[in-house]
Design a binder for this molecule. Sequence first.
Ligand code: FMN
Length: 194
Amino acid sequence: MSELKETILHRRAIRRFEEKQIDEDVLQQILEAGMYAPSAGGRQGVLFVVSQDRVVNERLGKIKRANFRPLTTTTNRVSNEQPSIADDPNLTNAFYDAPTVVTLFAPKNFLFAAEDCACAAENMMLMADSLGVGSCYIGQGWMAFTDPYGQEVLKKWAIRPDYYAVMQLLLGYPKEGDAHPTPKPRKDGRVLRF
Ligand SMILES: Cc1cc2nc3c(=O)[nH]c(=O)nc-3n(C[C@H](O)[C@H](O)[C@H](O)COP(=O)(O)O)c2cc1C
């Protein structure tokens, strides 16, 4: 099996992290992977804002949690091994205390803003996995900034008003002792050939 295929099959959403911060050279490689992702029209409009400030990350994660509307029902859990906020009401931080939170911003009025961020995020998640770092994609990134504290953070980060937070990518070393999560079986009938 190619190394890339191994990484693709191995990557899972990780929501339980060690406190230890990820190594700087590892972070740089993950960011580089994001920067080399495809972007619509080759515009490279995505901004990668890295926060390793635990106080800021926790406050933003709690705002995000407070705005949460579940996609799932009690019979359809996101993950038993790495529970999400949809699975466990006791989780108060939508960023799961990840030591590094990268918020991906893109222009508000750009048709492919979300796609550009998703492509960058996937590159980053695969690179993270290949370097032993756990990651989790967090959708609806703007919801972390929907109160005065969030607005203050956007100002501090000097985010242009015509940009918005598409998503967050959480990064950290997976909690020691946790088994690596097993993927759910792939649903049949999703490939149609003619
Ligand atoms: C667009 C998108 C949004 C997501 N948003 C969240 C989120 O807000 N919170 C979370 O814990 N996981 C989130 N995830 C991670 C998914 O729950 C996870 O990828 C899915 O359960 C499959 O598990 P796997 O990544 O381990 O294969 C998101 C994933 C995607 C692609």
